[in-house]
Design a protein. Structure first.
Lengths: 106, 579
């Protein structure tokens, strides 16, 4: 279900949100975080985002670059400024606040 | 300094230890920090936690072949490199050589939002990656408590820290964890709860407005260790703890002598002065001429072409030059020649330890043969003996290792019953001890000097008078009469008296000799007169004999003539008769 593809989305020309999810192996927390992120992005940022998943167990050298301590950590690289959300992203409201996204009225 | 082979545990040691390479610390801990276990280093701000840990890593990498990881949470790598460059540690080079990894962990609370469950696996991965890259054996976390400020969930953090320290142990990392001092706890966030194998407490204390750094090994599980507080310093060559046990007594002992500059004092010291590389203490109450003696020592050393260093804690260089000129000691040419350096500073400028560091550095830079400290008592004032002695011992030991001849002057306070009492603390460190004293008698004050001790040479037991004049320093034999010792004018008066008495004796002798001579002359004259008389008598007798002979001859001739005139017979008869 979770893959290390560079781009999860198929409309790269209008990317506004560049997100990076740092995980450490396929743990329950990692899987939950990815599923939560995917759901939130789909419902609020449809077509405007790109998610990059980095498994630190495979590429540990990347941890220092974004100052990763906790996993899972979601880093919003774009738009600036950089924001970080740690945890399994189970609280949708806080994720939206963290990413600075206004909830879309359904 | 610890040796490399300390790393290998002997069969009797309970714990394998990793030497830190830090002067003194390895002696206190009996070989270093526990190998493969974390050690907590805690203390207040600015007490040297980071310095201790970085030196542990650098020495590990350079001296013991153990690469290390420095994970910092407060400074960044550039700041740290700049900070320790003054100690001669080139972190950039060590990093390039893969001896050290510097990793700066930066967490900004404002950037971080927290939702749901997480752990600190990221930190573990970073650490693991850094350790694996260079095959690190040592690790420093400085200071991991910053996480408490950066991460909102303390419950998770504590659980993860517990896991982290266990993980470090499992990986066999010899680690230093630093922690800021808390209110009533060793560390603000109670790290001691997790790191329980070895705890070192650093302290930065101000006593009498002078600060001193101290180190104490609070706990070292499974091994004996020094329990005391040890002063330490951070000097140009890094961290240095001053345990008394680290003193080695293995310096060379020279048999060469060095003149004190005063012939009569040399004569008191076996005729040749003090040994090269020995330590001389000159103690005395104010105004007894200690500084002058020190200056004379300097001048003589310079005259012999020795490099000389004078640490002055009372007077400025210009003042010393002026004052010493008044007793016939001109130091100025030697300063211009570069043979003599005078370092003046206020004793209160630094603590004793800092002064020591300064002296170390100056001595290393100038490489003198003779060092004079005037006076050492100013450095030690307001300090109790217990802390002064190890520090001074360290200084003297250092100077002896360098084969430097040292002269310390020391002011003895008047309150002590005898001047010896006030110097008990440091006197045992001294090879030669000269005592200057004031003798007040008969309305004047005079200086006296004597040799209290002088190791390894015959030395005079006599008290000499110490005379300072514009011609220089001289020692004069004091007058030792039947009942008392006289100095100064009393001595001079006594000497005059004795001289007069001697003169009188002398004249008396001459008179007696003269009398004898004239008596002899008189006798000789008598003898001459008697002889003359005898001669005269002899002459008389001869004359009488001659006269009689002449008369006889005359009468014979007379009768012959008569006989001729009277006829032959008569004449023949008479002639026959006479025959």
């Amino acid at each position: 279900m979770m893959e290390d593809t560079q781009s999860e989305q198929n409309c790269p020309e209008v990317v506004q949100y560049e997100l990076r999810l740092y995980v450490a192996g396929q743990t329950a927390k990692s899987l939950a975080a990815f599923a939560n992120l995917k759901r939130i992005c789909e419902s609020h940022l449809h077509g405007e985002y790109r998610i990059e998943v980095i498994d630190l167990i495979k590429t540990p050298q990347l941890a220092a670059g974004d100052q990763i301590l906790a996993v899972p950590t979601l880093v919003r690289r774009l738009p600036e400024p950089i924001k970080k959300i740690i945890g399994d992203l189970s609280n949708e409201e806080r994720v939206l606040v963290g990413l600075d996204i206004q909830p879309v009225e359904v | 300094m610890a040796k490399k082979n300390n790393k290998q545990p002997t069969p009797f040691t309970t714990l394998p230890k990793s030497p830190t390479g830090i002067q003194g610390l390895d002696e206190i801990t009996g070989g270093g920090l526990p190998t493969g276990r974390p050690t907590l280093v805690c203390g207040g701000a600015g007490c040297g936690k980071t310095m201790l840990s970085i030196e542990f890593l650098v020495r590990g990498a350079t001296q013991f072949g153990e690469p290390g990881v420095f994970m910092m949470f407060e400074e960044n790598a550039e700041e740290l490199s700049a900070n320790v460059r003054s100690l001669g540690f080139d972190l950039d080079r060590l990093e390039a050589e893969q001896q050290i990894v510097l990793d700066h962990v930066h967490i900004e609370r404002s950037e971080i939002e927290e939702t749901g469950e997480y752990d600190l696996e990221g930190l573990f991965i970073r650490l693991g990656y850094a350790i694996d890259t260079i095959g690190a054996k040592r690790l420093v976390l400085d200071s991991i408590e910053a996480l408490f400020g950066g991460l909102p969930n303390e419950g998770i953090l504590r659980a993860e820290l517990r896991r982290l320290f266990r993980w470090l142990k499992n990986r066999g990392m010899t680690a230093i964890i630093t922690g800021e001092k808390g209110e009533n706890t060793l560390t603000r966030y109670g790290l001691e709860e997790y790191v329980a194998d070895c705890v070192i407490v650093l302290d930065h204390r101000v006593t009498e407005q002078i600060s001193t750094r101290r180190l104490r090994v609070l706990k070292y599980r499974g091994t004996a260790h020094g329990m005391n507080e040890y002063p330490f310093l951070i000097g140009e060559r890094g961290f240095s703890v001053l345990p008394i046990t680290s003193l080695r007594l293995d310096h060379e002992a020279s048999t060469k002598r060095i003149s004190t500059g005063i012939d009569s004092l040399n004569a008191m010291l076996g005729g040749k002065g003090v040994y090269r590389g020995s330590s001389v203490l000159v103690s005395g109450s104010p105004g007894t001429g200690k500084s002058s003696l020190g200056a004379k020592f300097c001048e003589t050393a310079c005259l012999n072409g020795e490099r000389t260093l004078l640490f002055a804690y009372e007077e400025s260089p210009a003042q010393i030059l002026r004052n010493m000129r008044s007793v016939g000691i001109d130091l100025d040419p030697w300063m211009k020649k570069g043979l003599l350096q005078i370092h003046s500073s206020r004793p209160t400028l630094h603590g004793l330890e800092q002064h020591l560091v300064m002296m170390h550095d100056t001595v290393r830079a100038f490489n003198p043969a003779v060092v004079v400290v005037d006076p050492i008592s100013n450095l030690t004032m307001e300090r109790n003996e217990g802390e002064v002695k190890p520090t001074l011992m360290r200084l003297i030991d250092f100077l002896k290792q360098q084969q430097v001849t040292t002269l310390f002057t020391s002011l003895t306070s008047g309150s002590c019953a005898t001047p010896e009492d006030s110097q008990v603390g440091i006197s045992s460190l001294m090879d030669t001890w000269l005592l200057l004293r004031n003798v007040e008698f008969n309305g004047e004050r005079n200086r006296t000097i004597y040799v209290l001790k002088s190791r390894g040479m015959p030395h005079s037991n006599q008290v000499r008078e110490f005379v300072l004049s514009d011609k220089g320093i001289d020692l004069v034999d004091v007058y030792l009469g039947t009942d008392r010792m006289l100095t100064g004018t009393a001595r001079v008066a006594q000497e005059v008296q004795e001289r007069a008495a001697a003169e009188l004796h002398c004249q008396d002798h001459e008179r007696k000799l003269r009398q004898l001579a004239s008596k002899q002359k008189a006798i000789e004259a008598q003898i001459a007169a008697l002889q003359a008389e005898a001669e005269a008598e002899a002459a008389e007798v001869n004359f009488a004999i001659a006269q009689e002979t002449l008369q006889e001859l005359a009468s014979q001739q007379n009768s012959k003539a008569m006989a001729q005139l009277r006829g032959g017979l008569t004449n023949n008869k008479r002639e026959g008769k006479r025959k």
